[in-house]
Design a protein around this ligand. Structure first.
Ligand SMILES: C[S@@+](CC[C@H](N)C(=O)[O-])C[C@H]1O[C@@H](n2cnc3c(N)ncnc32)[C@H](O)[C@@H]1O
Length: 297
């Protein structure tokens, strides 16, 4: 296994008619590479991983909403005889495939928990993090958890969920990101005009569970967010100073930041934005005159 995966034929595992089914070769590669004794799939779908594991003689647990297990509400570890060596997921990306529309759900409560029923990319991402944390907790320390996720283009907007997925989980647990070419998908048969770039791949993201507790994971994530917020302020000011030739007064900077379209969210999110600007200037830039700042030398 390496970081480029391409399987023109999906293999004989699972059901090729199940919308969004994946190639069994992804599972076969994961099993052959990581040699798990217990493989778990939290979105089993048609049972592709079940069939691969049965064939390879690996212990297997498959869960899915259509079998009554909901990773947004149920503790995955509770369904397992022991922690997983590899815990895999292949969620439906937002509303790319709506299982409701293909007559999947009789029970309206199950339909509500279906990730393909999310109303927005943010809602999908929030539940995706529940899924990934649930997978992580179901995996033994030193074992691997992985997800297969693609990009979504719907109603004119494009989301590359893999970037969010990587950002949601502990940085030091990420061990690989593989690109998987998509073959024989519905979009292959469409004709595209103009400068449209069709999506022809998915990502297989693999993490290795460390000893970190959930509390440590949360504290690290909160610290990363704070660091990124500080970078954003610093970079807005850096761009404003660059636009002014490297030097500007406080009043000029307030005016510029207010007019910068990309600054508006930050400004609204922080009522004390002038104080934040002064604080960032004092800490990270050079004061060259009274109320005048320059890019640090
Ligand atoms: C893309 S399919 C997986 C296909 C599978 N890899 C295969 O080859 O057949 C995604 C699956 O996630 C399931 N699913 C959606 N939301 C879920 C949830 N909250 N909990 C558990 N499974 C869910 C759907 O029922 C669907 O079967």
């Amino acid at each position: 296994m390496n970081s480029l995966l391409s399987y023109p034929d999906r293999g004989h595992w699972g059901d090729s008619k199940w919308r969004g089914n994946c190639s069994g070769y992804v599972i076969k590669d994961l099993v052959e590479h990581f040699q798990p004794k217990l493989f778990v799939d939290v979105c089993e779908g048609s049972g592709t991983s079940r069939d691969v594991c049965t064939e390879l003689g690996i212990d297997y647990v498959g869960l899915d909403l259509h079998k009554g297990q909901d990773f947004t509400k149920d503790f995955v570890r509770g369904f397992l005889p022991r922690p997983a060596d590899v815990c895999f997921s292949h969620p439906p990306y937002g509303a790319m495939i709506r299982y409701n529309e293909v007559g999947h759900w009789q029970d309206p409560d199950l339909q509500k928990s279906d990730l393909s029923e999310c109303n927005s990319a943010d809602e999908f991402l929030e539940f995706s993090q529940t899924m990934l944390l649930n997978q992580r907790l179901a995996t033994r320390e030193g074992g691997h958890y992985a997800t297969l996720i693609g990009d979504m283009r719907k109603a004119g907007s494009f989301h590359s969920f893999q970037a969010d997925y990587i950002g949601m989980m502990p940085r030091n647990e990420l061990v690989a990101v593989a690109i998987k070419t998509q073959h024989n998908c519905v979009s292959d048969r469409r004709q595209y005009r103009g400068n449209f770039v069709p999506i022809m791949h998915e990502y297989l993201i693999i993490w290795k569970r460390s000893a970190k507790t959930m509390l440590q994971v949360s504290i690290d994530k909160a610290a990363e967010l704070q660091t990124r917020e500080a970078w954003t302020w610093r970079n807005l000011l850096r761009m404003a100073l660059i636009a002014k030739g490297g030097k500007a007064s406080l009043q000029e900077l307030y005016g510029l930041i207010e007019r910068m379209p990309q600054a508006s969210t930050r400004r609204e999110a922080n009522n004390h934005w002038r104080a934040k600007i002064r604080q960032t200037l004092q800490k990270h830039f050079s004061r060259v005159d009274q109320g005048v700042y320059a890019l640090a030398a």
